[in-house]
Write a protein that binds this ligand. Structure first.
Ligand code: SF4
Length: 103
């Protein structure tokens, strides 16, 4: 991998610092070491497997001691990729054109 001519190491560092400072430390999170359950659906994964994975992730969230702090943080974060966060798995976007609003 090569970095483009416009790569700005100082800007990258500042962005990383900003992200890390805004992310809470959830040291007792039940999902530590279980990231594979929380990822969104992979292109090679069946819908049934992705659904089961989400159910297992939500079950971990249900008994997570850090859930309140995680829920508060998740409310401030967009989740466009369908990851399970704080016991919630967003519905996957349906491919195709958006429907027209009823008039
Ligand atoms: S509530 Fe779920 S996503 Fe949040 S820290 Fe706990 S296990 Fe992880």
């Amino acid at each position: 991998m090569t970095l483009g001519r416009n790569f700005d190491p100082a800007g990258c560092e500042q962005l990383l610092i900003k992200v890390l400072r805004s992310t809470p430390k959830l040291e007792d999170a039940a999902c530590i070491g279980r990231h594979e359950l929380f990822d969104g659906r992979h292109a090679t994964e069946t819908h049934a497997h992705a659904r089961e994975k989400g159910e297992r992730a939500r079950a971990l969230c249900d008994r997570c001691p850090a859930r309140a702090a995680c829920t508060a943080w998740a409310a401030t974060e967009p989740n466009p990729t369908g990851h399970t966060i704080a016991g919630h798995t967003p519905e996957p976007a349906i491919p195709g054109r958006p429907r027209k609003a009823a008039s």
